[in-house]
Ligand binder design. Sequence first.
Ligand SMILES: *Cc1c(COP(=O)(O)O)cnc(C)c1O
Length: 386
Amino acid sequence: MLDEIPLSRPDITQKEINAVERVLRSGRLSIGPEAELFEQSCAERVGVAHGVACSSGTAGLHMVLCAMGVGPGDEVITTPFSFVASTNCILYVGATPVFVDIDRTSLNMDPDAVEAAITPRTKAILAVEVFGNPTHMQRYRAIADKHEIKLIEDCCEGLGGRSGRTRIGSFGHAGVFGFYPNKQITTGEGGMIVTNDERLADTCRSLRNQGRASRSGGSSDVGSWLQHERLGFNYRLSEIHAAIGVAQIERLDELIERRQSVAQLYIDRLLDHEDVILPTIEPDTFMSWFVFVVRLSERFGPSDRDRIIEGMHRHDVGAAAYFPCIHLQPHIRACCGTGEGDFPRAERASGRTIALPFHPRLSDRDVDFVAQTLDLMLARENLHRD
Ligand SMILES: *Cc1c(COP(=O)(O)O)cnc(C)c1O
């Protein structure tokens, strides 16, 4: 009996375990040196001035929108093909998401559609490096600058990647990373805002800490602990989580390299498959692989794809439909009035994508077994068709 091959798995070593133990023994479990160190490491890695650690990627996105003063009546241009958090954060602040369709190669927003969607009410573009692919980020930034609006980079899927010489996380006026266990690095749960804008960083530090002055110390700092300058949240990252983050980011190159070689195994194995379309990477792009998502050829539809995924599960292979379109989620339909047919390219991509098991410790044998299982399921679908 083969072991189950999971869709993803965090890469935790003795280094992370030691870091957690050290924090637990220190007695300082929140607001301390680990979070500061993690912030510095992330900012340095991205090549920006400030990092603001927080409890999740979603919390980071929420705070960035608050800090930029985005609110009711404002429009934010974003993609329907992403993880739902990139749209939910716009709804949290009462602003209106304006979806634009994607380009079918990169699966990121079509830059011409972005520009065409700008109105006098547009306050920001919220762009996502879908599956870690930074294609068009420079274009979005140029459009934002031209129209004097903000570019928010939801870079939760791209830590360590580059387009040309620009590192993911530094295209926007602010970027946000997430550290859920399937990301390039994990803290269990966690997030990081990165920016060169000192005022924005300060506001976010205050927002994550119940609206206290951004320089406020811990609860022993009685002078400022019960003073609140604004409506804030508790979006802090604990010292325990931050210590895992410090250990993980020190291993980032190693983790990216491992992911890269697993991606290459898949590419070599699936390159000539007539029914499988591999991710397209622009020539001047350094991919930090987040997931390995393939698309089925045009002759497969969503129900074929779903059957293929079910079949893979029966063979103990984790696989998933990444992503269901955001504009078709029930709560988005209800609040934005969106529906089928609104963004045909996003819908077509979404109906044919399969995320394959992907993590740094996947072996040659695992990749081979996944590919064989995919072959088998595709062959079965083709048989039923003929
Ligand atoms: C992971 C992710 C997030 C944030 O996720 P959290 O679970 O809140 O850390 C946001 N946007 C995208 C595109 C993501 O992939």
